[in-house]
Design a binder for this molecule. Structure first.
Ligand SMILES: [Cu+2]
Length: 420
């Protein structure tokens, strides 16, 4: 049994006159407590957060395929540690680590950022720690988390530093969200965003629909859906998230070497899926905590698609590059069921899914795409812009290219984790 303390009203004037000194302390709870007001009431509707996450923002080094054509002095970067060649900024998932272990991740950024999946209506409490930049201690850049496309009732948590909070070096800030609308989104740092987004502070985030708990009649228990479709049309067996970016190696070099960049000269040299260029895209998932993961240690997100013949496969696609991309899969019909986290249905509930063999995605957009795995074999999923299928102009295939490997029915066990 719990007893609610009596709530004493605090006037705006009292807050302003008494709160000036404490205003530097982030967090309304501390501010109220410092002036004798009762703690905010906790009601059933505002239960404790169900999901707690901790991200760290810092810089680091990534690796592009060794077969890429060098572009000296920009790439490979002479300052990079062994096996690594490209300066990046990024996020790390440090959930559950103690303070010393979190601090030890400074200079060990990950690209792309950890993929985050949430359940519709379940509260999220996300703490962001700014660890600073190990290669550029002269910079005092803040960082933020902006969830692109989320409805956001509280501007303080929107991550746009001109309008809300950004996190200074050595400080933490905790964001609260309750995701409402299922679908595929993306998140990124919004501090000096042209630079920080290009440097690697981008990731996928998606919201699973409540329909997962109440399968459509006729579908097996445990069915998973991309949306609350009401008819099972977005049911899938396996899901794979893919974040599209480009890498302008010259700008990354200039950030590492204390030079400035004119962003209107944008001319990327690498095109990536989940922070990797082919053939790295098909390498297995890695782990930044495991040195044995080697060259791709800080680019742990694989984009290899695996399925059994007949499986329904969901591709969660988003683009946080600065160029439009058009993904194609020869020999496979791709059905776009949603754009920008919006199910393609009319007001009369008629479906307007789009089926073809390519999917157009502009910067800042997302697509949810379903296909049925065809006969066993290896299929290519690639950007139709052939100039994006190279690594710095080297011969052979590279860039935004990955594989869909289909096995005979019943070969692979049920998928328990996305992108596996
Ligand atoms: Cu940032």
């Amino acid at each position: 049994m719990s007893i609610e303390p009596p709530r004493r009203a605090m006037t705006r004037r009292a807050l302003l006159t008494g709160g000036v000194g404490a205003a530097a302390a982030i967090g309304a709870g501390r501010l109220l407590a410092a002036h004798g007001a009762a703690a905010p009431r906790r009601t059933a509707a505002a239960a404790a957060p169900a999901v707690e996450l901790h991200l760290a923002a810092t810089d680091g080094w990534a690796s592009m395929p060794p077969s890429s054509r060098p572009n000296l002095p920009f790439w490979p970067d002479s300052l990079a540690p062994s096996q690594l060649d490209l300066y990046v900024f990024g996020f790390r998932d440090v959930t559950g680590l103690d303070a010393a272990a979190v601090t030890a991740q400074r200079g060990k950024a990950q690209v792309s950022a950890p993929t985050l999946g949430f359940d519709e209506g379940v509260d999220i409490k996300l703490t962001l720690s700014n660890l600073g930049l190990s290669q550029r201690p002269d910079l005092t850049d803040g960082h933020t988390v902006h969830w692109h496309g989320f409805q956001n009732a509280i501007p303080l948590f929107d991550g746009v530093p001109e309008l809300s909070i950004s996190v200074p070096i050595g400080r933490d800030f905790t964001y609260f969200y309750r995701p409402r609308d299922p679908g595929t989104y993306m998140y990124h740092c919004h501090f000096e965003d042209v630079e920080h987004v290009q440097m690697g502070m981008t990731g996928l985030v998606y919201v699973r629909p409540v329909q997962n708990a109440h399968p459509v009649a006729g579908d097996p228990a445990g069915s998973r859906y991309a949306y609350n479709d009401g008819d099972g049309s977005t049911r899938y067996d396996r899901e794979f998230g893919m974040l599209l970016n480009e890498v302008w190696a010259e700008a990354h070099y200039r950030d590492a070497h204390i030079q400035t960049t004119d962003w209107t000269d944008y001319a990327p040299s690498f095109w990536t899926i989940n922070g990797r260029s082919y053939p790295d895209t098909v390498a297995p998932n890695g782990d930044p905590m495991t040195p044995a993961a080697g060259r791709l240690r800080y680019q742990p997100n694989s984009s290899l698609v695996t399925a059994n013949e007949g499986d329904r496969v969901l591709l969660r696609l988003a683009n946080l590059g600065y160029q439009s991309h058009n993904l194609a899969a020869d020999g496979i019909e791709l059905t776009t069921v949603a754009k920008d986290a919006t199910l393609l249905v009319g007001r009369d509930a008629s479906t307007h899914f789009e089926t073809g063999n390519s999917v157009e995605i502009a910067p800042g957009e997302s697509r949810d795409v379903l296909f049925t795995a065809p006969a066993p074999g290896t299929y290519l999923l690639y950007d139709r812009h052939l100039a994006f299928l190279t690594n710095g102009g080297a011969g052979g295939y590279g860039g935004q290219l990955t594989e869909i490997r289909v096995s005979p029915r019943g070969t692979r066990p049920a998928q328990t984790t996305p992108n596996t």
